[in-house]
Ligand binder design. Structure first.
Ligand code: BJW
Ligand code: ZN
Length: 246
């Protein structure tokens, strides 16, 4: 794979790198993406499953959907893309700002991770806000009840119309502002405010590199768009880095 010389120059001089990731980076681990022809939302309607009103209307249905996805996530392993990102930490100051809830960056060994849309391993009571990890509650087919107050327990993920975790978002923004290169990997970049992260990076002068199977909303902001699988492209970029860093 031949990369644009300007990109290699940027890589040589870069100190801080931010990876802004979406569902596509986990696709090669067997976790379905949301949109497009292979997206889960061709089969499941987001408005029936990913907002608070939907949960209140039918908590068991929403809980079962997350149970199904927990099973997929638990069986999945980080792929070569996640592992390459973790290895970038040997050469650069790296932040990972992810929209994913699947823990695969952490399991691959990345340290500095900001999760914008929560984490499927965590749950909380909608009444008293007690947190439960998935080992602490009964993972049956009905939405569990809080052992302290009897309130409904929901997954700690961000649904449409809900605020993003403030600290994760503002730390992610800072990482974007400070970055020399911002990689935008495996995201359709249509969900806001998350999609402001690479735009913030661009406005602060960072070099934007998109890695995706196809052009996206982000392509017009990108300085360089690389089309292909992140599990192929990221390890190849890492090899380039190893060549000039060793
Ligand atoms: C590969 C690949 C391979 C495949 N290699 N690539 C303007 C400003 C601000 C907000 C809004 C706005 N306009 C509208 C809004 C509201 C809304 C929004 O953004 N709507 C748009 C969709 C229209 N945003 C919100 O509601 C957010 N909150 C908010 O705005 O709060 C403020 C507020 C509060 C109160 C009242 C009003 C406002 C919250 C958004 C929460 C999103 N939550 C979800 C679900 C999380 C939990 C769960 O997983 O169940 O997050 S939705 C879903 O989309 C999930 C994802 O993180 C997110 C992004 O998807 P992603 O990762 O980009 O996946 P895909 O499938 O779209 O794309 C995959 C890509 O990978 C594709 O491009 C493939 O080509 C590629 N690919 N294989 C490389 N091997
Ligand atoms: Zn409670």
């Amino acid at each position: 794979m031949q990369f644009k010389p300007e990109f290699i120059d940027k890589l040589r001089s870069a100190k801080r790198i931010v990876f802004f990731t979406g569902a596509g980076i986990s696709a090669e681990s067997g976790i379905p993406i949301f949109r497009g022809k292979d997206g889960i939302w061709n089969k499941m309607k987001p408005e029936e499953l990913t907002n608070f009103a939907a949960f209140m209307r039918n908590p068991d249905l929403v809980w079962q959907w997350y149970q199904h996805r927990r099973d997929i996530v638990n069986k999945a392993q980080p792929n070569t893309g996640h592992i390459a990102i973790a290895e970038f930490e040997n050469f650069f100051d790296v932040s990972v700002v992810t929209q994913n809830i699947d823990n695969l960056h952490r399991r691959a060994g990345s340290k500095n991770i900001f999760e914008l849309h929560g984490n499927i391993e965590r749950n909380f009571c909608i009444n008293c806000h007690t947190f439960y990890n998935s080992l602490e509650i009964e993972l049956s087919n009905s939405a569990p009840k809080c052992s302290k107050c009897g309130g409904l327990v929901r997954p700690d993920v961000v649904w449409f119309g809900e605020m993003l975790p403030q600290d994760e978002f503002s730390e992610g923004e800072k990482a974007a502002e400070w970055s020399d290169i911002c990689f935008v990997v495996g995201t359709s970049a249509v969900v806001y405010p998350a999609a402001y992260i690479p735009i913030t990076a661009k406005q602060a002068g960072s070099y934007i590199v998109e890695i995706n199977l196809e052009p996206t909303e982000m392509s017009r902001f990108a300085d360089y768009s690389i089309l292909g699988k992140s599990g192929d492209i990221l390890p190849t970029i890492l090899e380039e880095v190893k060549n000039f860093k060793s």
